[in-house]
Design a protein around this ligand. Structure first.
Ligand code: PLP
Ligand SMILES: N[C@H](C=O)CCC(=O)O
Length: 427
């Protein structure tokens, strides 16, 4: 019996499903989850000592690769000064200034401890600011496990066939209007009917929780126009895309200015961090300046701020995103070539340093196409790659992530493994 297997057996005694977040379970691909022991650079090492090229990167944060020496040194130095004060620190101001500089639509920002907290707070703020209750989201988008947003949700909710979670009061779910991603006509029709009741649109500007689906031209622009026209707040949930699609996030890449933005993952450099921010006029509704209550014992935690600030400093170096994006393009081109050589219908999507792998002959631009992909092929691919030391997200409804440490050797190893696995799939 492997040590990972034994650890999983033990974990299931007192942890539901043996995991602290459902996506970590391998229910979408079969088998036991791999238990990790340590990680460094592009590699993660399991409890049995096996090495994997890691394309999950803690679901996005590890853009510098694992255990970056400069980030670790900063954390070590900072933690000697105390772990948490529950009082302001200079680091929080440095973080706020840095975020507002890198993401200019954010004139003010409040730090929280997770992406879920960020979207939950942004939603409350949008409702408080507009005095309206209804919210628009898109099918297959995931914004954390916020009650109002666990409606037709992506990520684990989609993987496990539970996109509408029990426990969310019907009265709340009824206030959430879910529309098809990349369908601006559906948005315009809805606003034409009930625009004056809608507080906000929340959107993943590149969807990353039904696999990776970039916006079609005109979609984000249309959302901006509709919100402006109807006095609704446009929220870009950039928890995943922030500092990943580009240094300025998806909004910088596509040149669209939302009213509010939520951040997480990369901004914490691997520590539990989230943030929400945006227009000063809206952010001044947040307590203690305004009436919308929002708080957190560990918000702006000094260790997390130090890790995040060092990460933001390092990713701001010239050429960082060119290198990262080129590595992702090389990987995807190589995978498409090898799938074609084996005769396996396969396509990819890319947005900066996030990507999607689809067992489909057609391009994937929406939820319907993403869910129509060949699931059996995905499972076989995932397990074949895992066996060969390549760790992909254990679900066909999650994006993949590359780090600056994924160099030629790691990409070549991935392509060599993929050639073998595509050949096996082709039979
Ligand atoms: C787009 C998006 N929003 C929000 C969240 C929630 O973040 P967290 O898991 O840190 O609560 C996630 C990831 O889980 C996400 O991908
Ligand atoms: N898809 C999720 C976030 O992006 C995966 C992270 C999690 O829920 O554990």
């Amino acid at each position: 019996m492997s040590r990972s297997h034994a650890l999983f057996e033990a974990a299931q005694r007192h942890i539901p499903g043996g995991v602290n977040s459902p996506v970590r379970a391998f229910r979408g691909v079969g088998g036991d989850p791999v238990f990790f022991e340590r990680a460094e650079g592009a590699y993660a090492y399991d409890a049995d000592g096996k090495r994997y090229v890691d394309y999950v990167g803690s679901w996005g944060p590890m853009i510098l690769g694992h255990a970056h020496p400069a980030v670790l040194a900063t954390v070590e130095e900072r933690m000697r000064k105390g772990l948490s004060f529950g009082a302001p620190t200079e680091l929080e101001t440095q973080m706020a200034d840095t975020v507002c500089k890198l993401v200019p639509s954010m004139e003010m920002v409040r730090m929280v401890s997770s992406g879920t907290e960020a979207t939950m707070s942004a939603l409350r703020l949008a409702r408080g600011y507009t005095g309206r209750d209804k919210v628009v989201k898109f099918e297959g988008c995931y914004h954390g496990h916020v009650d109002s947003l666990l409606v037709k949700a992506g990520s684990g909710a989609l993987t496990f066939g539970e996109p509408n979670s029990p426990g969310v009061p019907a009265a709340l779910a009824e206030l959430t209007i879910t529309l098809p991603y990349n369908d601006i006509d559906a948005v315009r029709e809805t606003f034409a009917k009930i625009g004056s009741e809608i507080a906000c649109i929340i959107v993943e500007p590149v969807a990353g929780n039904m696999n990776c689906i970039p916006p079609v031209p005109g979609f984000l622009e249309g959302l901006r126009e509709v919100c402006t026209e109807h006095g609704a707040v446009l929220i870009f949930d950039e928890v995943m895309t922030g500092f990943r699609v580009s240094l300025g996030g998806a909004q910088g890449h596509f040149g669209i200015t939302p009213d509010l933005t939520t951040l997480g993952k990369v901004i914490g450099g691997g520590m539990p961090v989230g943030a929400f921010g945006g227009k000063r006029e809206i952010m001044e509704y947040v307590s203690p300046v305004g009436p919308v209550y929002q708080a957190g014992t560990l918000s702006g935690n000094p260790i997390a701020m130090a890790a995040g600030l060092k990460t933001l400093e390092l990713i701001s170096e010239p050429g960082f995103y060119d290198r990262l994006t080129t590595a992702a393009s090389t990987l995807l081109a190589g995978l498409r070539e090898r799938a074609a050589a084996a005769g396996v219908p396969f396509t990819t999507n890319q947005a900066g340093a996030m990507f999607g792998l689809f067992f489909s002959a057609e391009p994937v631009t929406g939820f319907a196409q993403a869910t129509a992909c060949n699931q059996e092929h995905f499972k076989a691919f995932f397990n074949g790659m895992l066996e060969r030391g390549i760790y992909l997200a254990p679900s066909s409804f999650e994006a993949g992530f590359i780090s600056i440490e994924h160099g030629e050797a790691e990409i070549q190893a991935t392509l060599d493994a993929a050639a073998e696995v595509f050949a096996e799939i082709a039979g």
